[in-house]
Structure formats: C-alpha cells, structure tokens
Design a protein around this ligand. Structure first.
Ligand SMILES: [Zn+2]
Length: 433
C-alpha cells in the first residue's frame, strides 16, 4: 500500500524528471512514423527499453495467424512490416499483479502541411501545449510510460510483478500490432494504454471496419454521355445509401448500453475518393475508402454482411449498377468494440491514483473510435484501461497535448503501477536516470 509520504515522494520524482520527459517525448515526435515508416522510431524505442535493462523481444507480424483471427484487420500492400517491440520487467520476488503498458508509435498523415502553423514533425511547446503530429496520439502517452517507471526508479523502486512494455504499429489502420502481441503470448492481469482521453477512463468504445468500394463505368465522350455510364455519379449514389445505413445504425443506439446517451455514436467516414481520368470523358472508374463504426457486441463480420447486403439490394434497383455491381473490399480494421465492466480492482486502483494526483474523482466516458484496449478486453477478458492526457486536434491540423495534463497523468500512472504491481527496492543506482 502506497502511503502518503511515499506518494508525495513519487510525485516529486515525476516532477523532477518532467523536463527530461518532455525532451524525450519530442524526440519520439521527430520520427515521421507514418504507416510503414515506423522502423527508426521503433529502433529508438528498442534502445531506450534495452538501456533500462528490460528483457527485450522483437517479432514480426504473422500474417497468417492475424488473418485467421476473428479480430484480425485485413492485410493489404500498405500493411506495415515493422516488428513489434516488447520490453519485459521481471521482479526479483513476484508479489504484485502483472501489467501490460502499451503504446502505438504509428501516426496518421499530416494532411496539407501548409495548413499547419508549424512543421508537424518539429515539435514545439508554447504556453501549456506541445504541438506536433503524433504528440497527443500517442507519443506523449508513450513518454509517460517510460517516465512513470523512471520516476519510481529514481526513488529506488521497481515494480514487484511482471510487466510488459509493448510498442506496436498498425493501431491507426488494422489494430494488428496489439493483436500480434496477444498472438505472441503476451498477457497480464490488467492493461493500461495512455491514449489521449482527457484524463478520463474509456468505459466503452465502438469497433471499426474499413472498406473500399470500386465502381466501374463505361467511358465515352461527353457529347454522347447517354451512351456511357458515369462511375462517379454511381459512387455518389452509393454514398447516399451508406449515409442512410449510418442513420439507421444510429437509430439502434437504444439497444446498446452506454451508447444510448450519445448524439451520434456511429460515424461513417468517406476518407478517400478517387476516380476518372479527364474532365471531358465520362469516368470509367471511381473508388471510395470508407470507415464505419460498429457497436460493441456486434461482430465485424455481421456489420460487413449488412453493408454488403444493403449495397447489393440498392444495386439491383439502380439502372446502371444492376449491370455493373460495385465491388467491396475490406481492407483494414475488422474489429469489434468493447465495454470495460465497471467495478474491477484495476479500475479502483486507477481511480485512487487519479484522485491522489488531481483531487477529483475519475470520470468515465464513451468514445466512438477504435482502441487497442479491445484486444485485451475481448480476447484476454482482463480489465483494459484506456486513460491519458488532454489533447486537441488529433488526426487534424496543429495537433496538441496539454503539458500540465501530461504531468498529471504521468503521476497517476506512477501511483497506479506502484499500487497495482507493488514495489521492490533496487539497490544499485540506475545509470540511465
Ligand atoms: Zn492513438
């Protein structure tokens, strides 16, 4: 049990290391670790974990095993091949409860850089905000993983239980990185992922599926347009059908615990659209990339089937699509959502730690997005806690994370680890501090 004086000592240690923590976070943010380009960042993480004497493991994605798993994201040419890194702490005397601390290092594309106030991969702190792509989502959280443990080491402690620190890729596209750690056999009695969650705990989240729709047209000169078939017009009609389906799924929110109070829990996004070759030619092709949310307890397969059926029914009535039906390819996330059952001991410990740092009770909320915690909630049936700093504009322009919030959640995490894992004394000084 962490008493008040030890608690104060740990929080003072977080404070002491915080400047270093911000510099470390900015180092992580300078890596342009977009999908498939995470190698350098992952090597950096490997070295930093090795420096701290964790037992190191590095392994590749097993595409066959991932594809065979019910929650495996669909693998395409864009899938990252960068290995997963895990650093494991083994205590001298196992007394506490085991823990996985996980972060993803992949970041989403920046969008037009000219819309950014500062270059997205040159992190800058201004007043209480740290700016840059991937800072909030979620390299700040990853820094907090390293530095909550460093804070414990600085006051002479390590966790008294087995702990895995997992650095994954593919969180923004398939969730296969986290799933791969599960397939590789990494398990624990609780999991904490410090995604930017506004200093709150995620109670439930949606699953996500990705798919691409291809429509073929018949190209002719526009002067004889009636003889051709316009693939872009057809894609537009399909988008209307999918928006109706989105509306329909939102109307079903009353059947889903925790989602009934959200305005619009199910979001469909048309993320990429391409098509046509020439302004004066009737387009022969069009392609839309879509992302659809799904309620927990709805298997991705059921949602996918409903989408396929709905589009097939529409295509059968469409003057053009009935002869050339659209082709649907599932090409990324194929993931169910999850609910964190209230009342677990892990949640209680986090709530106490949060209260100890912020002086306020831990709130929980529901998010309409994908989270890697689903792997542990669904396939290991352990409390999977998603909790992290206040942020703005993730996946947008001028993404930023609140510096004072980052310090608070690092303190919460240090106290959480101390209480959940227990502590054991270390007798030799740690050279990396
Ligand atoms: Zn994230």
């Amino acid at each position: 049990m962490v008493d008040i004086s030890l608690r104060n000592e740990i929080l003072a240690s977080v404070e002491e290391g915080f400047e270093k923590q911000l510099a470390f976070t900015q180092m992580l943010m300078r890596f342009k670790s977009e999908r498939g380009q995470e190698q350098e960042c992952q090597d950096f993480v490997y070295d930093e974990l090795a420096k701290r004497n964790y037992k190191m493991d590095r392994f590749r994605m097993d595409r066959e095993a991932l594809s065979a798993h019910i929650g495996g994201g669909k693998i395409t040419d864009q899938h990252s091949d960068v290995p997963i890194v895990v650093g494991t702490h083994i205590p001298q005397d196992r007394k506490g409860r085991s823990l996985i601390l996980q972060s993803h290092i992949d970041v989403v594309p920046t969008g037009p850089e000219k819309m950014w106030t500062r270059p997205p991969f040159e992190p800058v702190i201004e007043s209480d905000w740290l700016y840059g792509r991937g800072g909030a989502d979620m390299k700040a959280g990853f820094g907090a993983i390293f530095f909550c443990l460093d804070a414990l080491a600085r006051v002479g402690f390590k966790p008294a239980s087995t702990m895995h620190i997992q650095s994954v890729v593919e969180e923004e596209s398939t969730g296969n990185g986290a799933l791969m750690t599960h397939l590789a056999g990494y398990k624990a009695e609780a999991v904490l992922i410090p995604e930017p969650e506004e200093e709150m705990l995620v109670r439930a989240n949606t699953g996500v599926i990705w798919f691409e729709i291809e429509v073929q047209g018949i190209p002719v000169h526009v002067r004889e347009m009636g003889a051709g078939s316009n693939a872009i017009d057809a894609a537009y009609r399909i988008m209307g059908v999918l928006r109706d389906l989105e509306e329909n799924w939102n109307q079903r929110k009353g059947n889903h615990r925790y989602f009934e109070e959200l305005d619009h829990p199910i979001n469909l996004n048309f993320g990429i659209i391409e098509g046509g070759d020439w302004a004066s030619s009737v387009p022969s092709w069009a392609k839309i990339d879509c992302r659809f949310g799904i309620y927990p307890e709805i298997p991705a397969k059921d949602a996918a089937e409903e989408i396929i059926e709905r589009l097939a029914a529409f295509a059968a009535t469409d003057f053009f699509l009935r002869d050339m039906p659209p082709k649907i390819t599932f090409n990324g996330f194929y993931s169910e959502g999850y609910t964190l059952e209230p009342g677990s001991e892990a949640e209680n410990v986090l709530a106490q730690a949060h209260q100890g740092v912020t002086g306020t009770p831990l709130k929980s909320f529901v998010t309409p997005g994908y989270l890697d915690t689903r792997v542990y909630a669904l396939y290991q049936s352990v409390p999977a806690l998603c909790y992290g700093p206040i942020s703005e504009n993730i996946h947008g322009i001028d993404e930023r994370v609140k510096v004072s919030s980052l310090k608070r959640i690092t303190g919460t995490m240090a106290l959480f680890v101390a209480e959940w894992c227990g502590l054991e004394r270390i007798f030799k000084p740690e050279p990396y501090l």
